[in-house]
Every structure is written in C-alpha cells, then in structure tokens.
Write a protein that binds this ligand. Structure first.
Ligand code: G6P
Length: 613
C-alpha cells in the first residue's frame, strides 16, 4: 500500500536518490511522504503531507547542506490507515530521542496495547499511527545491537509489517524485516537498497533478494546478513529482475494508464509467446507443473481474487466451464477466507493477482493450502509473495503496471486463463481440432486489441460528450457481463463518476428505477449469443430516456439503430471478444477522467497494491 525505499552507501547523493526512488514508488500510496537520513551527528528527518513533489519542494539547500555527509537513509510514501495524512503522521517515525527512525508498511494490530503500556511508563507519542509504537518499542528493546532490538520488538507485535530502520549508533546500517508485507533488497557494488517492490530499484540494480516472512536483514553497502527472528542465519538467493527501466517510465505518454492501455497488443503477445502448442492443439504452461494426469484429477476450481483480477477470474469461470467442463466458483478473496469454504480432493484454488501481494488474496491462498487444496496462481510481479507461496503458476509477463487502475494486467490475466482452460479442456473433452481452432482465435487477440486502440479518437469524442454525467450503468450478458463490471470499475476508479456494472437481466430488478435522461447506459451489444436479449434490455433503457452507448460488433445493423452513440469492436469468437471490448471501455474511462481533469495515475483514496485487509 505504502512505498518504502532505503539506501546505504557512498556512491550516490542519498537525498536525491531516495526522492527519485520515492517518485517511482508513489503509485503505491500518495497522501504524505518523508525521508530520514543517518548523519555523523544523528538522524535528520523531513516529512510532509501531500505527494512526493511537496517533499521535493521542502528540501531546502540548507537542509541538503546539513545532511551532505549522510551515509544511509530511509524514505516512505504513505497511504493512510491510522490517522489522517498529516505531516506528523507521515513516516519515518522515531522514538523520543530520535535514536531510531523507521518506515513501515502494513498494520500493527496490537499497537494500542503497546502504546498504552509505553505511555504508562512516560513515553510520549506524537502521532496517531500504529507505526510510532514500533519505533518506541525498538528504543525500549535496544541494548547496543540494532538488529537484536528490532527482532525483540517485532516479537511483541501482531499484524503485518515490511520495515526499514536506521539508528544513530549504527550509521550506514539499515535493518529491514518483513511479515506479510513485501521487502526486497537491491544488491549493488558497495551500495545496497531496501524497497517494498522492485520498481524504484530499476535504475540502480537488477540484482535483488526477496525477504521471506519473518526474515530480518542487516544491510550494509558491502554486506547483507539475513536471519530469522530467532537469530538463526538463513540464506536467500540473489534473483535477477527481468524488467527494463523503460517499462517503468511514461515514455512520452501523458499518463502511465494510457501508456499501459496502448501497450496491450504487445503485453498480450508477450503473455502468449511460446505458450501455445500448435502440434497438439493445447497450451504449454510449464510453471503450473501439472502433468496430464494431474489436470485430469482436478474436479473443481475455486478462483480467488480482488478488484480487476476478480473480474478476470469471472471470465475464467466461463472459460473453464465451457472448455474443460470443470465446475468453477469465483470468490472475492476476503469472502473465501472468512466463509469457511469447502475444499474436496481434486479442488484447485487459483489465485489471480497483478501485484502478487494483495493481502486478502494471499490470505485466501494460505487458507486454501491449509484445507488441502492444490494451489496455483496467475501473477504479474515475478517473485511476489503469492507467486512464491503457491509455488506453481503462470506469470503474465506484462511488464510493470504503474497506473493504479489496472489495464494490461487484466487483458493478460484473461489471456492466460484462456490458455489454462485450453490445457484443462484438452485433458478432458476438447478435441484436437477444437484446440487448434481456439489457438487460432487466441492468436488474433493482440491484433484485435490493436484495432480498438487505433480507433481511440472516436472513443475519446464519445467520452467527452458524457464526461459531465454523474451516474453511469454498464450492462452485459454472458462473456460480456464481467466486462461490463470491469468497465464500470474503471470509470469509477479514475473519473469518480458513480458507475455500476450489472447483468443486463438484473437491471429490471431494481436499478432501472434510477434511469432517466441523465444516466447513460453502456450496453455490451456485441454479436455474441444473447444479443437479441440484450437489444431488448437496451430498449428498456431507452424507454426510460437513458442515453445509450452501445458497444457493437463491426458491421452491426440493429443495436446501432437504437443507440445514441456506439463503439465498434472487431468481430471475434466468444472467448476472445472480451479482450478488445474491455480495451474500448478502458479508453472510455481514461478519456472521461482526462476530460474531467482527474489525477488518472493516482486516483484519490486508491492504492495499487492493497496489502491490508
Ligand atoms: C487494488 C488496485 C486494483 C486491483 C486490486 C487487486 O484495489 O487498485 O486495480 O485490481 O487491488 O490487485 P491485484 O494486484 O491483486 O491484482
């Protein structure tokens, strides 16, 4: 949720390096920010409410001069949980004497009890955060060794954390630890970094170490020691980040979101590359590590995910049922975790997550494992917690997704689900010929999406026309029902227009009461089975004077007639049509938000990766 970055070494100017890294992390949280550096005379701190830009502006030349001999530093961009996004609540937090400074992602569940106990001893707190309690606790546990003090403090807390700590006594040393919130160490030559994800590290190093839960690391420029909380050394291998720095920059686009929408033809091609077996008419998904017999043994699939990934999962349900004849349930991940799901022999629990760090999805994976399910995942971020804990799965290879509203991850998740369903289908009732036919449809996906992107200007024009609406409905059926949900989610996330996605048949069971001439309805009226019914639903909207924007297949002759505006999507099979269709809705949401002057890449109150429940 929040972003952490820390640096130790003398190769770079610490303050500009950390501020630059914070900008790259800002997509994770952006309501306040701060930096603390370890200087020969002690720890210096600067914090502000607002975005990283405000922090950059606050760094005066005097302050820079004061901290010029700094040897290590920690920085943070926050997404508030405990206490509003004020300067005082911004991280880093310190103990009373400023001997320790700490940045933290996650939530300390028992912070009130710790706070009360320490306050009774006379310790003064200055913020409303849970994190400050941990800073005071580290000070209380300190007996001369920073790592031991951090470990002792962490043993007393419940909840989740990814932290980086510096101390007055050990300049040049950063202690980092994780439980439930990711921490990655960037390994350089005579320098080292700590971060909450790899994106801020890309300009500096591609060699990283992912900490496991309950690892604690002592990071120095030339040495990294990792142990568990019981002080037993553990060894973690150095991994190589495959992402290119350019992938995490805007590359001339106004926003990451539009860059990522435009990247989709390539992202989908990357997700599919080398994964279709044109000889056997199936797919090759080695990371799943399932033999044909394993696949044949899967009798039920439970998909757990959140947000956009949940909508991808809903499409997965159609794919697996239609192609592989396997019953599927799709669960909002938190619901899966708390409703005591039934797992039988042969149940596959499939987690879908762009970040691979979403707290509820991760908890669902753990619950499913505990109950004896076979677990697998579809993730974008390589080495992410969900990918590692499931042990088997498929990476999207979509490249970094920085815009908070997920776009290319969605289409790649759908493409991978289609490949999985093909594989499972071929191990069941799907014939080789049907496998070939499906592969040739899937191969068209990237080109179909490109076609929609080429027509972006027309979508922009329509978006401008409706940009002042206060409410929107998106309706669809069958394969386009999850697409309608996703279209509504995109619009509300970035334009702040109230938008609801509904099954077209459900509209008349309540929501239709809200329709009038001020409430546009986006109707998925593509040429897919059920089109006659959706045209009926479209007419129901028109009869209530609601303006209708129809999504139609190129060459359509009927749905267009009844709509105020229409967006054409190239003709494709049922399975593939959701991809170009959702891209049109992404563009619609983007141009609407742009017309309204919204903060598109960092919408209010949202975070890219939700690592709290
Ligand atoms: C957050 C993001 C959404 C995303 C959801 C699930 O809410 O703002 O865009 O869809 O988390 O994220 P995941 O990384 O698990 O796909």
């Amino acid at each position: 949720m929040c972003g952490i970055v820390a640096y130790t070494g003398k190769k770079r100017e610490i303050v500009p390096t950390l501020l630059d890294a914070l900008v790259r992390l800002e997509y994770r949280g952006y309501d306040s920010a701060g930096i603390a550096v370890s200087c020969p005379d002690g720890i210096e701190i600067l914090k502000t409410s607002g975005k990283v830009k405000a922090l950059q502006e606050k760094v005066s030349s005097d302050w820079k001069e004061k901290v010029k001999d700094a040897v290590a530093g920690i920085a943070h961009t926050r997404w508030a949980t405990h206490g509003p996004p004020t300067e005082i609540n911004a991280h880093p937090h310190t103990d009373e004497k400023k001997n320790f400074a700490l940045v933290h992602n996650g939530i300390i569940d028992n912070y009130s009890a710790i706070k009360e106990r320490l306050q009774a001893k006379g310790v003064k707190f200055s913020s409303e955060t849970d994190t400050e309690a941990l800073a005071h606790l580290i000070a209380e546990c300190y007996m001369g060794d920073l790592c031991n003090a951090v470990a002792a403090a962490l043993k007393q807390v419940t909840g989740t954390f990814g932290i980086a700590v510096i101390s007055r006594d050990s300049p040049g040393v950063i202690v980092a630890a994780r439980k439930g919130s990711p921490i990655v160490i960037g390994v350089g030559e005579d320098e080292a970094f700590v971060a909450s994800d790899v994106s801020p590290l890309l300009p500096y190093t591609k060699r990283v170490i992912y900490l496991n839960d309950n690892d604690i690391a002592v990071v120095r420029p030339d040495r990294i020691d990792i142990r568990n909380m019981d002080n037993i050394p553990v060894s973690r291998e150095v991994a190589h980040i495959g992402w290119d720095i350019k992938a995490a920059e805007k590359g001339g686009h106004e926003h990451f979101m539009i860059k990522e929408i435009f990247e989709q033809p390539e992202a989908i091609a990357n997700a599919l590359r080398g994964r279709m077996d044109t000889e056997l008419g199936t797919s090759k998904l080695d990371g799943l590590n399932f033999s044909e017999t394993d696949v044949a043994g899967i009798s039920r699939i439970i998909i757990a995910a959140c947000g956009t990934s949940l909508h991808a999962g809903m499409l997965g349900e159609y794919f697996f049922e239609d192609l592989a004849n396997i019953p599927v349930e799709v669960d909002q991940a938190a619901e899966f975790r708390y409703r005591n799901p039934i797992i039988q022999k042969g149940t596959l629990a499939l987690a879908i997550s762009q970040s691979g760090e979403t707290a509820d999805t991760l908890a669902a994976v753990r619950e499913a494992k505990l109950k004896g399910a076979i677990v697998a995942s579809i993730c974008n971020v390589v080495g992410s917690t969900i990918a590692r804990e499931t042990g088997r799965g498929v990476y999207l290879h979509a490249g970094p997704e920085i815009g908070v509203a997920s776009t290319k991850a969605f289409t790649c998740e759908v493409a991978i689900l289609l490949l999985m369903a093909l594989k499972f289908g071929r191990a069941a009732r799907l014939s080789r010929q049907s496998g070939f036919a499906l592969i040739s449809e899937i191969e068209k996906a990237s080109g179909l999406v490109k076609n929609v992107i080429d027509g972006a200007q027309k979508i922009e024009k329509i978006a401008r026309k409706y940009a002042r609406a206060r409410d929107f409905f998106f309706i669809g059926r069958g394969y386009l029902y999850p697409v309608a949900l996703e279209g509504a989610l995109k619009l509300k996330e970035i334009s702040y227009i109230h938008a609801e996605g509904y099954h077209a048949a459900e509209l008349k069971h309540g929501p239709i009461a809200l329709l009038d001439e001020n409430v546009p309805v986006v109707v998925m009226a593509n040429d897919l089975p059920g089109k006659d019914k959706i045209i009926g639903n479209l007419q129901e909207c028109r009869a209530r004077k609601a303006p209708v924007i129809a999504i139609v297949t190129e060459g359509d002759k009927d749905a267009k007639k009844y709509s105020d505006d229409f967006i054409e999507i190239p003709r494709a099979s049922d399975f593939v049509t959701p991809l170009p269709t959702v891209v049109a809705l992404q563009l619609f949401a983007y141009y609407t938000a742009r017309e309204r002057g919204c903060s598109i890449d960092q919408p209010r109150n949202l975070a890219k990766s939700v690592t709290v429940e």
